[in-house]
Design a protein around this ligand. Structure first.
Ligand SMILES: Cc1cc2nc3c(=O)[nH]c(=O)nc-3n(C[C@H](O)[C@H](O)[C@H](O)COP(=O)(O)O)c2cc1C
Length: 188
Protein backbone atom coordinates (compact mmCIF):
# COMPACT_ATOMS: atom_id res chain seq x y z
CA UNK A 1 0.00 0.00 0.00
CA UNK A 2 1.18 3.53 -0.79
CA UNK A 3 1.73 5.91 2.10
CA UNK A 4 2.43 9.64 2.24
CA UNK A 5 6.03 10.37 3.21
CA UNK A 6 6.00 13.00 5.96
CA UNK A 7 8.69 15.34 4.65
CA UNK A 8 8.02 16.87 1.23
CA UNK A 9 11.62 17.97 0.75
CA UNK A 10 13.22 14.60 1.32
CA UNK A 11 12.84 12.42 -1.71
CA UNK A 12 15.19 9.88 -3.13
CA UNK A 13 16.01 11.28 -6.55
CA UNK A 14 19.65 10.76 -7.45
CA UNK A 15 21.53 13.89 -8.54
CA UNK A 16 24.81 14.06 -10.43
CA UNK A 17 27.32 15.68 -8.09
CA UNK A 18 28.90 18.86 -9.40
CA UNK A 19 30.98 21.77 -8.15
CA UNK A 20 29.92 25.35 -8.85
CA UNK A 21 32.80 27.73 -9.60
CA UNK A 22 32.45 31.51 -9.21
CA UNK A 23 34.33 34.71 -8.51
CA UNK A 24 33.41 36.03 -5.09
CA UNK A 25 34.68 39.59 -4.68
CA UNK A 26 37.19 38.83 -7.46
CA UNK A 27 38.45 35.70 -5.71
CA UNK A 28 37.86 32.11 -6.85
CA UNK A 29 35.18 30.26 -4.87
CA UNK A 30 33.65 26.79 -5.12
CA UNK A 31 30.58 25.11 -3.64
CA UNK A 32 29.02 21.64 -3.94
CA UNK A 33 25.93 21.77 -6.16
CA UNK A 34 23.36 19.14 -7.00
CA UNK A 35 20.28 21.05 -8.08
CA UNK A 36 21.11 21.33 -11.76
CA UNK A 37 19.16 20.60 -14.91
CA UNK A 38 19.22 21.20 -18.68
CA UNK A 39 16.53 23.70 -19.66
CA UNK A 40 16.98 24.42 -23.38
CA UNK A 41 18.58 22.91 -26.49
CA UNK A 42 19.25 25.88 -28.80
CA UNK A 43 20.91 27.85 -27.40
CA UNK A 44 22.22 25.24 -24.99
CA UNK A 45 21.13 26.30 -21.51
CA UNK A 46 21.08 24.91 -17.99
CA UNK A 47 19.51 25.93 -14.70
CA UNK A 48 20.89 25.73 -11.18
CA UNK A 49 19.26 26.40 -7.84
CA UNK A 50 21.37 28.25 -5.27
CA UNK A 51 20.43 29.16 -1.71
CA UNK A 52 20.23 32.93 -1.20
CA UNK A 53 22.43 32.63 1.92
CA UNK A 54 25.35 31.10 0.01
CA UNK A 55 28.28 33.31 -0.93
CA UNK A 56 28.11 31.76 -4.41
CA UNK A 57 24.66 33.33 -4.81
CA UNK A 58 26.11 36.82 -4.37
CA UNK A 59 28.97 35.91 -6.71
CA UNK A 60 26.60 34.94 -9.53
CA UNK A 61 24.43 38.03 -9.03
CA UNK A 62 27.54 40.27 -9.06
CA UNK A 63 29.34 38.76 -12.06
CA UNK A 64 26.64 37.05 -14.13
CA UNK A 65 29.01 34.15 -14.73
CA UNK A 66 29.80 30.72 -13.26
CA UNK A 67 31.17 27.31 -14.08
CA UNK A 68 29.88 23.79 -13.53
CA UNK A 69 32.54 21.15 -12.89
CA UNK A 70 32.02 17.40 -12.87
CA UNK A 71 34.27 15.80 -10.25
CA UNK A 72 35.45 12.18 -10.40
CA UNK A 73 34.87 9.68 -7.58
CA UNK A 74 38.44 10.33 -6.42
CA UNK A 75 37.48 13.94 -5.66
CA UNK A 76 34.78 13.11 -3.09
CA UNK A 77 36.53 14.64 -0.08
CA UNK A 78 37.23 18.03 -1.60
CA UNK A 79 33.80 18.12 -3.25
CA UNK A 80 32.06 17.48 0.05
CA UNK A 81 34.28 20.01 1.82
CA UNK A 82 33.28 22.85 -0.51
CA UNK A 83 29.69 22.02 0.46
CA UNK A 84 30.45 22.29 4.18
CA UNK A 85 32.13 25.68 4.49
CA UNK A 86 31.31 29.09 3.04
CA UNK A 87 33.57 31.33 1.01
CA UNK A 88 32.38 34.07 3.32
CA UNK A 89 34.55 32.64 6.12
CA UNK A 90 36.97 30.22 4.46
CA UNK A 91 39.28 30.63 1.48
CA UNK A 92 38.46 27.75 -0.91
CA UNK A 93 40.39 29.25 -3.83
CA UNK A 94 43.48 27.04 -3.66
CA UNK A 95 41.78 23.64 -3.32
CA UNK A 96 41.86 22.96 -7.05
CA UNK A 97 43.92 24.00 -10.04
CA UNK A 98 41.96 26.49 -12.09
CA UNK A 99 41.75 27.41 -15.77
CA UNK A 100 39.61 29.88 -17.73
CA UNK A 101 37.84 29.82 -21.06
CA UNK A 102 36.13 32.84 -22.60
CA UNK A 103 34.61 34.20 -19.40
CA UNK A 104 36.61 36.12 -16.79
CA UNK A 105 34.56 35.06 -13.75
CA UNK A 106 33.90 31.38 -14.46
CA UNK A 107 36.89 29.53 -12.96
CA UNK A 108 37.01 25.89 -14.05
CA UNK A 109 38.70 23.00 -12.26
CA UNK A 110 41.56 21.43 -14.18
CA UNK A 111 41.23 18.10 -12.31
CA UNK A 112 37.60 17.72 -13.48
CA UNK A 113 37.30 15.81 -16.77
CA UNK A 114 34.30 17.86 -17.88
CA UNK A 115 33.64 21.52 -17.15
CA UNK A 116 31.05 23.98 -18.43
CA UNK A 117 31.34 27.76 -18.56
CA UNK A 118 28.03 29.56 -18.21
CA UNK A 119 26.69 33.08 -18.70
CA UNK A 120 23.64 34.12 -16.70
CA UNK A 121 20.52 34.70 -18.76
CA UNK A 122 17.54 34.79 -16.38
CA UNK A 123 16.86 34.51 -12.66
CA UNK A 124 13.78 33.17 -10.93
CA UNK A 125 13.57 34.28 -7.31
CA UNK A 126 12.01 31.69 -5.01
CA UNK A 127 11.51 31.96 -1.24
CA UNK A 128 14.82 30.38 -0.19
CA UNK A 129 16.66 29.83 -3.47
CA UNK A 130 17.25 31.48 -6.81
CA UNK A 131 16.93 29.46 -9.99
CA UNK A 132 19.68 30.80 -12.25
CA UNK A 133 19.19 30.05 -15.93
CA UNK A 134 22.36 30.35 -17.96
CA UNK A 135 23.61 29.88 -21.48
CA UNK A 136 26.36 27.33 -21.94
CA UNK A 137 29.26 29.20 -23.53
CA UNK A 138 31.64 26.23 -23.86
CA UNK A 139 32.13 22.71 -22.55
CA UNK A 140 35.70 21.57 -21.92
CA UNK A 141 36.80 17.95 -21.82
CA UNK A 142 39.77 15.67 -22.46
CA UNK A 143 40.37 13.07 -25.17
CA UNK A 144 41.02 10.41 -22.49
CA UNK A 145 37.40 10.42 -21.29
CA UNK A 146 35.83 10.18 -24.76
CA UNK A 147 34.66 7.00 -26.48
CA UNK A 148 33.73 7.38 -30.16
CA UNK A 149 33.84 11.16 -29.71
CA UNK A 150 31.38 11.27 -26.80
CA UNK A 151 32.00 11.67 -23.05
CA UNK A 152 32.07 8.17 -21.58
CA UNK A 153 30.58 7.88 -18.10
CA UNK A 154 32.73 4.83 -17.30
CA UNK A 155 35.88 6.81 -17.97
CA UNK A 156 34.68 9.95 -16.19
CA UNK A 157 33.59 8.06 -13.03
CA UNK A 158 31.22 10.79 -11.76
CA UNK A 159 29.23 10.22 -8.59
CA UNK A 160 25.67 10.75 -7.43
CA UNK A 161 23.97 12.08 -4.31
CA UNK A 162 20.81 10.68 -2.74
CA UNK A 163 18.70 12.31 -0.04
CA UNK A 164 17.36 11.89 2.64
CA UNK A 165 20.03 9.29 3.41
CA UNK A 166 22.74 11.79 2.27
CA UNK A 167 24.97 9.28 0.51
CA UNK A 168 27.27 9.43 -2.46
CA UNK A 169 27.10 6.62 -5.02
CA UNK A 170 29.16 5.45 -7.95
CA UNK A 171 27.31 5.00 -11.23
CA UNK A 172 26.31 1.34 -11.66
CA UNK A 173 26.10 -0.97 -14.67
CA UNK A 174 24.60 -0.04 -18.01
CA UNK A 175 20.95 -1.15 -18.27
CA UNK A 176 20.20 -0.50 -21.92
CA UNK A 177 19.82 2.17 -24.56
CA UNK A 178 17.60 5.22 -23.99
CA UNK A 179 15.06 6.06 -26.73
CA UNK A 180 15.38 2.40 -27.69
CA UNK A 181 14.59 0.10 -24.74
CA UNK A 182 10.84 0.79 -25.12
CA UNK A 183 10.67 0.50 -28.91
CA UNK A 184 9.19 -3.00 -28.93
CA UNK A 185 6.16 -1.80 -26.94
CA UNK A 186 5.35 0.84 -29.55
CA UNK A 187 2.19 0.27 -31.59
CA UNK A 188 3.00 2.95 -34.20
C1 LIG B 1 26.41 17.26 -1.44
C2 LIG B 1 25.99 18.68 -1.36
C3 LIG B 1 25.15 19.22 -2.32
C4 LIG B 1 24.74 20.56 -2.24
N1 LIG B 1 23.91 21.07 -3.21
C5 LIG B 1 23.53 22.38 -3.13
C6 LIG B 1 22.70 22.94 -4.14
O1 LIG B 1 22.32 22.31 -5.13
N2 LIG B 1 22.33 24.24 -3.99
C7 LIG B 1 22.72 25.01 -2.92
O2 LIG B 1 22.35 26.19 -2.84
N3 LIG B 1 23.52 24.50 -1.96
C8 LIG B 1 23.94 23.21 -2.05
N4 LIG B 1 24.77 22.69 -1.10
C9 LIG B 1 25.21 23.54 0.01
C10 LIG B 1 26.40 24.45 -0.37
O3 LIG B 1 27.38 23.73 -1.12
C11 LIG B 1 27.04 24.97 0.94
O4 LIG B 1 26.07 25.76 1.62
C12 LIG B 1 28.31 25.75 0.72
O5 LIG B 1 28.99 25.86 1.93
C13 LIG B 1 28.08 27.14 0.13
O6 LIG B 1 29.33 27.73 -0.07
P1 LIG B 1 29.48 29.28 -0.39
O7 LIG B 1 28.87 30.03 0.77
O8 LIG B 1 30.98 29.47 -0.46
O9 LIG B 1 28.77 29.55 -1.66
C14 LIG B 1 25.19 21.36 -1.17
C15 LIG B 1 26.05 20.82 -0.19
C16 LIG B 1 26.45 19.50 -0.29
C17 LIG B 1 27.38 18.93 0.74
Amino acid sequence: MKRIFEQKNLFCLPWAQTILGTHLNEKVNFMALDWLTRVNITPAMLGICVNKNNASHKAIVDTGEFSINLPTAEMIEKTDYVGLVSGRHVDKSDLFQVFYGELKSAPMITECPLTIECKLSQTVSLPTHTFFIAEIINIYTEDEILSEGKPDIKKIRPFLLTMPDNNYWAVGENLGKAWSAGQKLRKS
